[in-house]
Design a binder for this molecule. Structure first.
Ligand SMILES: Cc1cc2nc3c(=O)[nH]c(=O)nc-3n(C[C@H](O)[C@H](O)[C@H](O)COP(=O)(O)OP(=O)(O)OC[C@H]3O[C@@H](n4cnc5c(N)ncnc54)[C@H](O)[C@@H]3O)c2cc1C
Length: 390
């Protein structure tokens, strides 16, 4: 088999890259180790920056998102028993975020890919990227019991945090930066209309809570927990009780509903540098992870592949390596801005380890500042909706 770009992973990064390359007439093969059903049902992110919405629209995969996505102009921060609105649109010259689940993004992208007739192979095994430093890289894999070799010009490692691409880069070349947080998020998806029109980020003495949503009928809710907590210790009734306490306000009630899904996610910050080795380009979670508090993970993945598609287009079209050479540096500027913002939101809103009273006072002061100073609120707003230039 031969193609121009071998894409490993059919998450948002790999699928979006394939679509952008297709629009430029560049061939690719996508290799995904899970089934289509599994990939389409994996509940994860749901907040899209304006720039990502614009990119999906321009790439011809935004039609359902435009119909079903929910545009939000603001978010609310809750602390000391009160809610304060951050009017993101007013603070950023009209920018907003769109609530549209990652499951829906992935379904739209898979449908678009299948419509192109270009290859998308699910349930491949034993994927190995080789000869990265040569001009003839290749990917070995097994599919439906047969072994294959895919020759290509370039390999895009879009296989997520636990993928095989990052570990193929020699350890002597890679530098990694990471931070583990002493807490996780217990998240539920519930069949109940969201009790608030906009997302509510709540700072509470029992721990952080987030009221979010996926659609007018489906709520997405989170409570801070220990990262190693056993989900069996959290029957639905206990989750709702904790949400009621942490999000509760006099005169406002959180509506409860049937829990459709629940899980615990540990929180971690992680960056790999550089994001390129020879003819292998890492994109999305394969190269970096953020804690979900800033809603940046999915957005960063899309920004990476936008730059990668531009670089490959210039290389195939004009033979110039300029953008390929600057790919890693260009991505990392945005990555580190998002790393800082996600860390900042996380440390401002979560109950610190050991309930350290000094840290709690700093958090309260920071929250009062962010909700009373236009300059501070603008900092939050412009990072949340996504900065154009960093
Ligand atoms: C539980 C959870 C909750 C999250 N919640 C949020 C949130 O609320 N907000 C937010 O912004 N972000 C959130 N994120 C992060 C966000 O979902 C990711 O940043 C986003 O999925 C990144 O997309 P990606 O395409 O880079 O990676 P992925 O979505 O991980 O896609 C990688 C793909 O590669 C495939 N793959 C892996 N190994 C191989 C292999 N060896 N061969 C072939 N294919 C392989 C995987 O099956 C997968 O389909 C969450 C992440 C997790 C794990």
């Amino acid at each position: 088999m031969r193609t121009q770009v071998a894409i490993i992973g059919a998450g948002p990064a790999g699928l979006t890259l394939a679509q952008l390359l297709h629009l430029e007439g560049i061939e690719s093969v996508i290799l995904e180790n899970r089934s289509r059903e599994y990939v389409e049902a994996r509940v994860r992110a749901g907040v899209l920056e304006q720039g990502v919405v614009d990119l999906f629209t321009e790439a011809g995969v935004g039609e359902r998102m435009a119909r079903e996505g929910l545009v939000h102009d603001g978010i609310e921060l809750q602390f000391a028993g009160e809610r304060h609105r951050i009017d993101m649109a007013a603070l950023t010259g009209g920018k907003a975020i769109t609530v549209y689940g990652q499951t829906e993004v992935v379904k739209d992208l898979i449908e678009a890919r299948l419509a192109t007739g270009r290859p998308l192979l699910f349930e491949v095994d034993d994927v190995r990227a080789e000869e990265l430093e040569s001009e003839r890289p290749r990917v070995l894999f097994t599919h439906e019991g047969a072994q294959h070799v895919l020759d290509c010009d370039m390999i895009a490692g879009c296989d997520g945090f636990h993928g095989v691409c990052r570990p193929t880069i020699p350890a002597s070349v890679l530098r990694t930066f990471s931070r583990e947080y002493p807490f996780g998020w217990l998240g539920i998806l519930a069949a109940v209309a969201p009790s608030n029109d906009e997302l509510v980020y709540a700072h509470h003495e029992r721990g952080f809570a987030l009221l979010s949503l996926r659609s007018p009928e489906i709520s997405r809710l989170y409570v801070q927990c220990r990262p190693d907590e056993d989900i069996a210790e959290w029957p639905d009734a206990r989750i709702w009780e904790e949400l009621q306490i942490r999000l509760g306000l006099p005169g406002w009630t959180l509506a409860e509903g049937h829990v459709l899904e629940k899980g615990i996610t540990p929180m971690r910050s992680f960056v790999t540098e550089p994001m390129r080795h020879g003819r292998l380009f890492l994109a999305g979670d394969a190269a970096h992870i953020v804690p979900p508090t800033g809603a940046k993970g999915l957005n960063l993945a899309i920004h990476d592949v936008r730059l990668l598609a531009e670089a490959l287009t210039e290389w195939y079209g004009a033979g110039s390596e300029r953008l390929l050479d600057s790919y890693s540096t260009d991505c990392l500027r945005r990555v580190w801005r998002a790393e800082h913002f996600s860390w900042w939101m996380t440390t401002m809103l979560h109950r610190p380890e050991g309930d350290d009273p000094f840290e709690v006072r700093l958090q309260e002061s920071q929250l009062r500042y962010v909700t009373s100073s236009r300059a501070a609120a603008t900092t939050l707003a412009e990072n949340y909706v996504g900065l154009d230039t960093v």
